[in-house]
Design a protein around this ligand. Sequence first.
Ligand code: BG6
Length: 504
Amino acid sequence: MTQSHAPAADPCCFVIFGASGDLTSRLLLPALYNLAATGLLPERFAIVGVARSVHTADEFRQELLDALQAHATQDVDPQLAEWLVAHVAYVSGSVDDPETFSKLTATLEEIEPTAGTQGNRLFYLAMPPDTFEPIARHLARAGLSQEGNSGGSWRRVVVEKPFGRDLASARALNRALLEVLTEDQIYRIDHYLGKETVQNILLLRFANGLFEPIWNRNHIDHVQITVAETVNVERRGRFYDRTGALRDMVPNHLFQLLALIAMEPPARFEAERVRNAKAEALEAIRIPGEAEALANSVRGQYRAGRVHDEPVVAYRDAEHVAPSSVTETYAALRLEVDNWRWAGVPFYLRTGKALSARRTEVAIKFKQAPISMFEQTSVDHLGQNFLVLRIQPNEGITLRFNAKVPGPVLAAESVDMTFKYKDHFDVAPSTGYETLIYDCMMGDALHFQRADGVEAGWAVVQPFLDAWARDGAKGLEFYPAGSSGPEEAGFLLARDGRRWRTID
Ligand code: BG6
């Protein structure tokens, strides 16, 4: 892995709550390793793991080394791995117990002077959402998250998703966190914002003079945002059955994509400006009444089928899922953004599990040529102009346009002009958490969600949640695992004279 040109992050102590959990071993640790490998971790650095399991620090270090072997995105250099775990301390205890925070204080006071981390602390809450508030309160009570006590050192708290399960709970969580922390201490993660291809949307739009003049209702017919997954609910039934596709994916990942596409150009590439522009875009989404929400949405659940030739049991037969569950594993919405740039341009969003292909993309459909001056073809036969941002897999950008078919008969055919990241950039595989962790250590919140953006997202989703809850089993459609979702999702576009792009 090549060294980065960016400076190493600020000296700091990285405190992980949920240190023996899945997120730590699968993502955080490999990401920290990748940062170390590119020279982005500070020399003056320490990791403190907090978890309930009773371990010695040595056992914990061994656990981390094993996790790194299992989940690293690159070959592990034993020396670098040893360096990383040599900086590790461990506090065992429950996050409900004030004693854990006293132990954490003692550990930090012991290691900070030798580690030289200058009192800078990053608290990463890799824990279930119901612990966010109590942990933040305990940190505050113990004086651990207070800034300015120790000569200008910073204290930051990273909160994982889900951030609330509806508008009321998201508001309550924001309020509770803001009682004990300031907004600029809170880093709400949406891992989609760590993806290079997602960050590139800002570059594509605002580092090129080419797109912005046509990025509006005069030239754009509609936008399709798709997050199709082949994975099924697997062993997450307990969480997923009370969550569903809408809550799990839309107010966070899909709305982040929507905001980046719809936002106005910020005056500067700076966290508050960018987040203002994104929040405004989300606030401009029309909030439907319940009847309108029903008419503009489709929800589905997968039945048994085959994905990539592997059998998949019906969602209702999955572990920890209620046999008569009406939880959706697929959601499609038609939204409108009520502002001068987007009035009358529908945004169609869809996401689902156990589909035929994995594909995350934003497809921008441009308006047809106003007339066809070609004899052998008519406007109706001309292919559509799409700009497709492929977020994953096969990361890249494709522009689809019409070209002349060679030969004496005048005819047009759709062709693609394609840019693929892997052809152009030598990108080492990453977890997607590297830039987010680095940014947080550097105090750059641009790629994190702010309270207003989170609440604006939930405000849009709320009427859909309410309408679906009231509708119960009635409006739930079924689709076989391995298909492209319920047929009814097609009607959302068909009635506007449009159709979804195929996902495979
Ligand atoms: C998570 C959801 O936030 O995102 C999962 O909880 C989903 O259900 C995942 O599978 C998708 O992330 P990615 O990066 O694989 O598109």
